[in-house]
Design a protein around this ligand. Sequence first.
Ligand code: SF4
Length: 362
Amino acid sequence: MKHIDEYRDAKLAKPLVAELRRSVTKPLRIMEVCGSHTMSIFRNGIRSILPEGMELLSGPGCPVCVTSAAHMDAFISIAERDGVRVAIFGDLFRVPGSQGSLANASSRGAKVDIVYSPMDALEIAKNNPDELVVFLGVGFETTTPTIAATIMAAKIQKIKNFAVFSTQKTMPAPLIALLQDPELKIDGLLCPGHVSAIIGSEVYEPLARDYNLACVVAGFETADILGSLIQLARQVNAGEFKVENCYNRVVCKDGNPRARAMVERIFEPCDMQWRGLGMIPESGLKIREEYGEFDAERRLEIELTEVAEPKGCLCGEILKGQTIPPRCPLFNKGCTPMNPVGPCMVSSEGTCAAYYKYGQDL
Ligand code: SF4
């Protein structure tokens, strides 16, 4: 497949591995922000070829993992209401709340539909006019435009039994929140590729300038990631911190203004609760009043209740780069993909799931 296969070619990767080894001349801690990068790094064996002194930490970029326990409980309680069915992306189905998961609720009779797109949820609403179909919005800038487009379509088509519960989140607010922690010692960020296609690479410039962080926007194939790690090492060696875009076949400096305009028409910034990071001002998106008829939070008067994190689970610390899954006492003991305790073990982009699947000793 064009633009993918060539970036997976071992002939391209081998010299990049050699160059990475030459480029890392001192200890280097890099946070990969995005859950898709975490998975790609594990899947492609990149951790096993890292030069001595180079450390990769996962960050807060797995949307399911950063969904708060309070939101998970609210999702489950919505699904259990009479006359309501919820539509979700598959990752959310088995994430535990304090009283079980949407999968458990479904087995008790709650109506939970797994969809590939919010537009599928709109179709379900059309086919079930006697029920309110609530799409549970969990994601970053990558998924928000399609939700905005679906709400616009629902308005135009006058579909009254469709709503969205938005827990959509934005970058780079959580990174700025993380960087306030003096204990977090990182030299650079492997910046997300998909999100940056929407928000552009220039949004990371304050992070490079104000926090002396090397920032490189990266794609997801082996050569993309190796090339980006080399650029990060070179910036740190030179002591010149800036934003570089190593994914310019997809990402440009100002992102996708059309997609952002569509999002801005439907959504406005709001404070948002994050797992592990708590409430971060203006880090989420809520539906504007003008489109309030599609806002499940208003229609169903949803109140969030305080919920404790699962006992013993270190997802919050993992999402802040403070620890790694094998240091969690429950890892591969009380917590496995079949019996997950926290979201990082369930999500297809979760760090615990990546360690479990691809190598626990790395
Ligand atoms: Fe939480 Fe399980 Fe990961 Fe431990 S291994 S941090 S309990 S998800």
